[in-house]
Every structure is written in structure tokens, then in C-alpha cells.
Ligand binder design. Structure first.
Ligand code: NAD
Length: 479
């Protein structure tokens, strides 16, 4: 099936007829083509967005809200179709696409459809000066949204929904590795009555289509989620044009387990936080630190549970671990398993490719647990972004805090303890944008979401996202 760009409410082929292959990770086969859009396609998308801006920015909040909520309802009504498309394109288990990816994409639209009706701005009376100041939060204009492959529609809509809600028009690019659900979204937006040109979707490679978005002088803000290196490149290109930037980047998140935790809940959640979506979630707890007195028990219980995870075809309801997203990504993850061997890590389970019957060319890998001797080894410092976790014991709270913070990233951290004072001490000191205590991936869309250090700049979520997608203007009236 061929994917097309969505510009001015219409599906169209790329001008230069340049295409890239779209692979099905579950069997390694090409199952369609995706445009590799050029600067000219991007310019058309920009023109379409820019023409729609005047009217959309003046559309009442009630009307914007109604359309966003309608998109949400249509996504829910098409859950099965979207989940199947996401699972096929990405390799993730259908059960996950049905329970997480697509419902969350629908929630993103519903949430921001409601949030915009509650978004308020401040006023300040300058007492004694006979003046009043009030703040306008005005849409920016045409904004660029660029998203990765791991949670394709989930993250694409996490940007688009607040941008539209705030009155902007968009030029958006999903990952070229997983373009399918973004392609299908256009149809839903038309059906929901989103005016033509408010959302334009151009497909293509990062260094062609993506580069054209970030270089465009009149795309005033870029919301990007993806790798840290790409984020640094975008920052370099965008800075001289003074674009507003939100960068949600990589992570290498600690999962810190104290002996006083609720053990069974911790164990079950840790299996999930390690391997959900084949470990390809920026929030996965890929470095597991366990208090010394329960380390031996944890190691054996955890490995036993991980061995029970079923690696299989993504369309099977009982599959726990589907296929990795692409061949190059599988090779990258495998290369880290080799690094672990060289670094004296002990592979406690996994480490090998899996051949799934009838799908021998799919990109399957066993969930892998590696015991490391030091937190400073490469596999404990670099983002692997696959079904690979490290485990090691720690002695004291200070020791584990130091190790947890001694990476370049700072996205999320998970803490397992029932000690309140320790919870407070550690959550204050962990260098991360999000700290989960006795849970993982529990998300409330009102909260600020983002990372520190090499995990990004800026926050998304709730009113933070609406603030990002608007410019604050102060009006001062002397009376
Ligand atoms: P990536 O950086 O390779 O690509 C992300 C997007 O950027 C894609 O759409 C790609 O085409 C585009 N891109 C690449 N080069 C570009 C350029 N020169 N100009 C403009 N756009 C360009 O990342 P990926 O491999 O798709 O995703 C995995 C990474 O994303 C991991 O590092 C992961 O941690 C991170 N991630 C972060 C979060 C978060 O919220 N912090 C969430 C999910 C994924």
C-alpha cells in the first residue's frame, strides 16, 4: 500500500516521485512505499498551513474543542483498524497497540480539546500607576512537529493535538520507519471537519524532509521527539533563526529497587518497565539497581519471569514481545550485546535472535538481562533502546543515587521503596524530568513531561504544551 502526503486536506504523491520502502518488521518484507518528500512538497505544505492560519486562529475555542473531540471519537471508533496498522508497521504486539497506542492517541485529542477551553492567562494591575497589564497567549503561526517510530501515533498526536488546540497550523512529519497511522489520520481529520490546511503531513527521511522543515525560515516553532544527536542537530540549525524549540530526547533511566518495597508489584512492573514495546520506550527502566540484601532473590525471580515472556508474531494476542522496528535497529541492539560480552558483562538470559515459524526474516530478539560489574560500562551508559536491561547490586542510598545520576541523560527514574523519608530525599535528588515511585508509566496528561541534561529541553503535557504552542504578549493600558 502506498502512503501519500496529506496537504490542504488532500492525499497527494510527492512532486519528484521519490519513494522509500516501508518494511513490515514481523517478516522483513516490503509492504508499501512512502514518499521521500522534497523541499517543494514541504513548501506546498507550508503554503497550505499558512493560508489556513488566519481563519483557524480566529476559530472559537468551542469549535476547535468540538473538532478535536470528534477526532478522538473517530479514532476510538476505528481502534481495531488503527491498532492493526500500527502493529504491522512497527512490529509491536497488537494487544499493546489496542490497549496503549491508539487509546492514548485518542486521549491526546480529547485531553487538549478539553484543556483549551480551560486555558487562561494572567492580568496584573499596576497599583498606584493607573495601569493594567494583561497577557495574551496567541498562536505562533505555522509550527513543525517531528516524531519518532517507537510510539508512532501516540507521540505524533501528543504534539499535533495541543498545537491545533492552541490555534496553530501544522506541517508534521512522522518517522519514515512508521508512517502508516499518521497517513490514516488525515482521513479522520477530514471526517471530523478539521478545516483544510490546518494539519499537513509530509512523509520522508530525516535528512531530506525533516531537514526541510527545520530549515524553513517561516516555520516558527519545532516540537521534536527523537534521538539526542538529532535533537542537537535541530538545535544548531534552528538557533540562528530563533525558532522556539521543544526537544524530547533519549534516556537511560534507572530503576532503583530497595528491599522494603512491595516485592510482587515491583517484580511484575519491572518486567514491564524493562520490556514493554520490546524495550523501545524512552521511559523504559533500562538500568536496574537492586539493594544488596535482596539482589540474589531478585536476580533469580526476575530472570525466571523474563524467560516466560513470549516472543512472537505481533498479530497474535498472546505475544508479549513482538519484532524490533527495523533490521538496522536489530543490528544496533545486537551490537550492544556483543559490547556487553567484551566488557565482561554476564548474560543471564536472552542475547539471541529468535526465529518465529513462518516469519523467519522478522526482526525478533530474546528479552535480555545482563549483569554488569560496574555502572560505568558502555551498556550501562549508552541508550540501547531495545529489549536489553542491565542489573547490578548496590549497598547504600548514596551509592545508588550517585550511579543513577552518573549518565548524560535525565529523562525518568523509578524508585521502589515504602520508606517515606527516603522517597522524599531521593525524588528530590534524582536528576530526571519524571520520578515514578512504586509504579511506572502511570501518566496524567496534565503533568509536565520532559527531560533534563541530554534528554531534552522544554516540557510538554497539560498547559505546558499550550504555553509552548503560544506566544505570550503583554498589553499594558494606562487609564
Ligand atoms: P531519530 O532522531 O532518528 O528520528 C526522529 C525523527 O526525526 C524522525 O521523524 C526522523 O525522520 C527525524 N529526523 C532525523 N534527522 C532529522 C533532521 N536532520 N532534521 C529533521 N528531522 C530529522 O529518532 P528515532 O530513532 O526515530 O527514535 C528513537 C529515539 O527517540 C530514542 O533516542 C528515544 O529515546 C527517543 N524518544 C524520546 C522520547 C521522549 O519523550 N523523550 C519519546 C520517544 C522516543
Amino acid at each position: 500500500m502506498n502512503i501519500q502526503n496529506f496537504i490542504n486536506g488532500k492525499y497527494i504523491n510527492p512532486i519528484n516521485d521519490n519513494w522509500i520502502n516501508n518494511y513490515n518488521p514481523s517478516n522483513g518484507e516490503i509492504y508499501g512505499q512512502t514518499p521521500n518528500s522534497s523541499k517543494e512538497d514541504l513548501e506546498n505544505a507550508y503554503i497550505s498551513a499558512n493560508s489556513a492560519f488566519k481563519q483557524w486562529s480566529q476559530t472559537t475555542l468551542e469549535d476547535r474543542s468540538r473538532i478535536l473531540i470528534k477526532i478522538s471519537e473517530l479514532l476510538e471508533a476505528n481502534l481495531q483498524r488503527f491498532a492493526e496498522a500500527e502493529s504491522k508497521d512497527n512490529g509491536k504486539p497488537i494487544s499493546l497497540a489496542k490497549s496503549v497506542d491508539i487509546p492514548r492517541a485518542a486521549s491526546n485529542f480529547r485531553f487538549f480539546g478539553n484543556a483549551i477551553t480551560q486555558f487562561a492567562s494572567e492580568s496584573h494591575e499596576s497599583v498606584g500607576q493607573q495601569a493594567i497589564n494583561y497577557t495574551l497567549r496567541q498562536p505562533i503561526g505555522v509550527v513543525g512537529c517531528i516524531s519518532p517510530w517507537n510510539l508512532p501515533l501516540y507521540l505524533f498526536t501528543w504534539k499535533i493535538a495541543p498545537a491545533i488546540a492552541a490555534g496553530n497550523c501544522i506541517v508534521a512529519k512522522p518517522s519514515e520507519i512508521t508512517p502508516m497511522t499518521a497517513f490514516l489520520l488525515g482521513e479522520i481529520c477530514n471526517e471530523a471537519g478539521l478545516p483544510k490546511g490546518v494539519l499537513n503531513i509530509v512523509h520522508g527521511l530525516g535528512n531530506t524532509t525533516g531537514q526541510a522543515i527545520i530549515e524553513h525560515p517561516n516555520i516558527k516553532a519545532i516540537s521534536f521527539t527523537g534521538g539526542t544527536e538529532t535533537g542537537a542537530h535541530i538545535a544548531k540549525v534552528a538557533a540562528p533563526m530563533f525558532k522556539k524549540l521543544s526537544l524530547e530526547l533519549g534516556g537511560k533511566n534507572p530503576n532503583i529497587i530497595f528491599a522494603d518495597c512491595d516485592y510482587d508489584n515491583m517484580l511484575e512492573t519491572t518486567v514491564r518497565s524493562s520490556f514493554a514495546n520490546q524495550g523501545q520506550i524512552c521511559l523504559c527502566g533500562s538500568r536496574i539497581f537492586v539493594e544488596k540484601n535482596i539482589y540474589k532473590k531478585f536476580k533469580s525471580d526476575f530472570v525466571e519471569k523474563v524467560k516466560q515472556l513470549k516472543v512472537g508474531h505481533p498479530s497474535k494476542e498472546d505475544t508479549n514481545i513482538g519484532a524490533l522496528v527495523s533490521k538496522p535497529h536489530l543490528e544496533k541492539v545486537m551490537s550492544y550485546i556483543n559490547v556487553a560480552k567484551k566488557e565482561d558483562g554476564t548474560i543471564l538470559c536472552g542475547g539471541n535472535k529468535v526465529t518465529v515459524k513462518n516469519y523467519e526474516n522478522g526482526y525478533y530478539l530474546e528479552p535480555t538481562v545482563i549483569e554488569v560489574k560496574t555502572d560505568e560500562c558502555r551498556i550501562n551508559q549508552e541508550e540501547i533502546f531495545g529489549p536489553v536491561v542491565t542489573i547490578m547490586p548496590f549497598n547504600t542510598e548514596d551509592d545508588v543515587l550517585e550511579m543513577a545520576n552518573k549518565v548524560k541523560y535525565g529523562l525518568s527514574a523509578t524508585l521502589w521503596t515504602n520508606n517515606l523519608k527516603r522517597t522524599m530525599r531521593m525524588s528530590n535528588q534524582l536528576q530526571a524530568g519524571i520520578v515514578w515511585v512504586n509504579t511506572w508509566m502511570l501518566r496524567d496528561l496534565r503533568t509536565p513531561f520532559g527531560g533534563i541534561k541530554a534528554s531534552g529541553v522544554g516540557r510538554e503535557g497539560g498547559f505546558e504544551a499550550l504555553r509552548f504552542f503560544t506566544e505570550a504578549k503583554n498589553v499594558c493600558i494606562k487609564y
